[in-house]
Write a protein that binds this ligand. Structure first.
Ligand code: MF3
Ligand code: CO
Length: 249
């Protein structure tokens, strides 16, 4: 069942989302060669605690950390670790903030020092693909319109779209219906309605779209070792169009 949200509930999710956006703003300043993703994870724990919020991912189906930190060929659900980031890496930091029982979910990929031209293009195209998907999140459109916009642009730029991980409804729990694939056919799928709150979170790979999961049971990485990036926002579908809840703009 899809749980539609009132404007009042959307406002509460926006508060969680704005705190999350501030957290990403701080992370952007911390990311540099030598810093560890374990330090970033600790920063997030402290930042959220000092603002009366809870990192929803920690303990979710046994996930052990506040954030996911996915480096280079890791697609998602990377474990924060004590190995320092190095010049040329890309890293995706993903988290879900719970503020007063309402959730927001956002991931951002960051460049560590100087990165290759290919890595920079991957970041740029992945971020643009997110915003092309968001544009389609209007009442009356269908779920396939979102995936279609993302996939045609991403593949046109020479990258592939991860299939195994999708966006989702979100509210008082992290994963609600419906699922939002980042690939698909225009005009197909469920119709989007005012009051739906969803994540759009395209993961793009330089090479093959397929993934494999590490022995830790969580971390997904590209089968061919190619780079992967991800940008994610939480979006409310309103009569005035898509409202991005995880931004300060
Ligand atoms: N934030 C992720 C998402 O976009 C969920 C991470 S799974 C977790 O759906 F268990 F690690 F939290
Ligand atoms: Co997320």
């Amino acid at each position: 069942m899809i749980q539609l949200k009132s404007m009042n509930e959307i406002e509460k999710m926006r508060e969680a989302g704005q705190l999350l956006a501030r957290c990403h703003q701080e992370i952007e300043k911390l990311i540099k060669p030598g810093v560890t993703t374990a330090e970033i994870d600790q920063f997030v724990e402290d930042f959220l605690a000092s603002h009366g919020a809870v990192p929803e991912q920690k303990g979710y189906h046994g996930y052990p950390y506040a954030t996911c930190a996915s480096i280079n060929d890791e697609i998602c659900h990377g474990f924060p670790r004590k190995t320092p980031l190095k010049d040329g890496d890309i890293v995706t930091i993903d988290m879900v903030v719970n503020l007063n029982g309402w959730l927001a979910d956002s991931a951002w990929s960051y460049a560590v020092g100087e990165i290759s031209e290919t890595a920079q293009k991957l970041l740029d195209v992945t971020k643009t693909s997110l915003f092309l998907g968001i544009k389609e999140a209007v009442p009356g459109n269908r779920i396939g319109d979102i995936g279609h916009a993302i996939q045609t642009y991403a593949e046109g730029e020479g990258f592939s779209v991860v299939r195994e991980f999708v966006g989702h409804g979100i509210g008082q729990s992290m994963h609600e219906e419906p699922q939002i694939p980042h690939y698909g056919l225009k005009g197909k799928g469920l119709r989007l309605k005012e009051g739906m709150v969803i994540t759009i979170e395209p993961m793009l790979n330089v090479g093959d779209w397929r993934s494999k999961v590490d022995a830790n049971g969580w971390t997904a990485r590209t089968v061919d070792g190619s780079l992967s990036a991800q940008y994610e926002h939480t979006i409310a579908i309103t009569k005035d169009g898509p409202l991005i809840l995880t931004t300060l703009e």
